[in-house]
Design a protein around this ligand. Structure first.
Ligand code: ZN
Length: 224
């Protein structure tokens, strides 16, 4: 019987070059011998995030590849891919914010699993967090666990999806970056901003707000 030997020392990180997935990239480097990073072009308005991601991956000396899945941006309407839409600054009471890209994490993780399988990797890392999930259903733990089971059934494999940030908030994510010794890289070289500005970003979009409040909370707790 054909048996695939999975390399337990390798890991694949779903990597956007933002604060969360970059923290996960260094977490992966800390916990695994060989790290692969996979980025996606999904029709996002600010495609420079992929170039910044490549730069971080290059400096971190990890394997890096970009997948073009720009059909995702054409499937559903959202303000991260549609230049004519005005971005929700807060989560509406009765729905998800229009920055939610329907299916994004489902597609990314499914593609990542196939990519990983081809390379004999069964460990996959994603930077989703239920604590600071901005109302995105595909950042929740139940979805990740469910998809993990589905991917295993789909390919008859034993994937393990790691979510180091699932139960921590943005302040604790900064703390983790600090513990990993990459505070400077995360502060200066990552792009979290929905307006496409690296580092501290535009300062007023929901992603910048969450990032800055987390940083302020962490620095305050550190100095106490
Ligand atoms: Zn911003």
């Amino acid at each position: 019987m054909y048996e695939r030997v999975m390399n337990k020392e390798s890991v694949l990180v779903v990597f956007s070059g933002g604060q969360d997935s970059t923290t996960c990239l260094f977490w992966a480097k800390h916990n695994f011998k060989k790290v692969y990073a996979l980025s996606f072009l999904y029709g996002q308005k600010h495609e420079n995030e992929v170039e910044l991601a490549w730069e971080i991956a290059r400096k971190a000396k990890v394997e890096f590849e970009v997948m073009d899945v720009s059909f995702i941006g054409k499937l559903g309407h959202n303000s991260l891919t549609d230049t004519t839409m005005i971005m929700d600054m807060e989560k509406p009471a009765d729905s998800v914010p229009n920055t939610f890209v329907p299916g994004r994490n489902l597609f990314f993780l499914s593609i990542a699993a196939v990519y990983a399988r081809e390379r004999g990797i069964n460990h996959i890392v994603t930077g989703v967090s239920q604590t600071d999930f901005s109302g995105y259903p595909d950042c929740r733990d139940a979805f990740i666990k469910s998809l993990n089971v589905t991917l295993n059934l789909a390919m008859d494999e034993q994937f393990v999806i790691h979510t180091p940030l699932m139960w921590i908030d943005k302040a604790e994510t900064w703390a983790l970056a600090d513990q990993l010794g990459v505070m400077d890289v995360i502060r200066k070289e990552t792009l979290t901003c929905y307006n496409g500005i690296p580092g501290d970003g535009c300062g007023h979009c929901p992603a910048c707000k969450l990032r800055r409040e987390g940083l302020e909370k962490y620095l305050k707790s550190k100095n106490q």
